[in-house]
Design a protein around this ligand. Structure first.
Ligand SMILES: CC(C)(COP(=O)(O)OP(=O)(O)OC[C@H]1O[C@@H](n2cnc3c(N)ncnc32)[C@H](O)[C@@H]1OP(=O)(O)O)[C@@H](O)C(=O)NCCC(=O)NCCS
Length: 173
């Protein structure tokens, strides 16, 4: 019989996260989470919604116990037969209750795989200079800061441009 731990968090918090490509029905979650975590930087509720529907972005959703817990969106994808080497991580977010469980890291890896499968050789992203948690996540996953951008965001915050070369550090076949 399974032991019962009355002091442990709910079973949904203990369940393992899985990641899948986003579906149109995920839009409400993506928009709500963007509104929650990105509004401080500008009108990203609408911006992320437009990106999601633009047809040139790739979005993945992490779920825990069937519930959406986070997403990552990459953009500027190469069209078929088009030579393009770089793509941008436009947005990545995990709902506060599911943060610090490795979901952000997993989403980044899935985005990277998705980009590599499309022939992308370099991922870049912008993150707020003040967002030290995000910078730590990106630094620990192979992104390096290359440029500071003053008042990059609509609300005036400065940004850091970070880059990761793909296809490096993989196990030799
Ligand atoms: C940034 C964000 C996506 C990280 O998601 P997450 O699922 O909590 O990240 P992970 O659990 O995979 O963390 C991986 C590593 O990143 C770093 N990190 C993540 N959150 C951190 C925090 N709040 N403080 C310090 N370091 C943090 C740590 O090094 C962590 O490893 P550790 O837990 O072993 O110390 C999440 O905090 C978030 O959604 N924030 C709001 C939206 C946002 O700022 N997005 C980035 C915009 S560019």
């Amino acid at each position: 019989m399974e032991a019962t731990d009355r002091t442990s968090p709910s079973s949904s918090l203990q369940a393992k996260a899985t990641t899948r490509p986003a579906k149109p029905a995920d839009k409400a979650f993506i928009v709500a989470l963007s509104n929650k975590v990105f509004s401080v930087y500008g009108p990203y509720r609408g911006t992320v919604s437009q990106w999601f529907e633009s047809g040139v972005t790739l979005t993945f959703i992490s779920t825990v116990g069937g519930r959406p817990a986070g997403f990552v969106m990459i953009g500027a994808l190469p069209a078929e037969h088009e030579e393009q080497t770089a793509a941008e991580v436009l947005a990545i977010a995990v709902t506060p209750e599911f943060q610090r469980r490795g979901i952000g890291r997993e989403l980044l890896l899935v985005a990277q795989k998705g980009a590599e499968n499309l022939g992308v050789q370099r991922l870049f992203l912008h993150t707020a200079r003040e967002n030290l948690a995000a910078q730590k996540l990106f630094l620990r996953n192979g992104f390096r800061p290359v440029q500071s951008k003053t008042r990059f965001y609509p609300s005036g915050q400065d940004a850091l441009l970070m880059v990761k070369e793909l296809g490096k550090g993989r196990d030799p076949i």
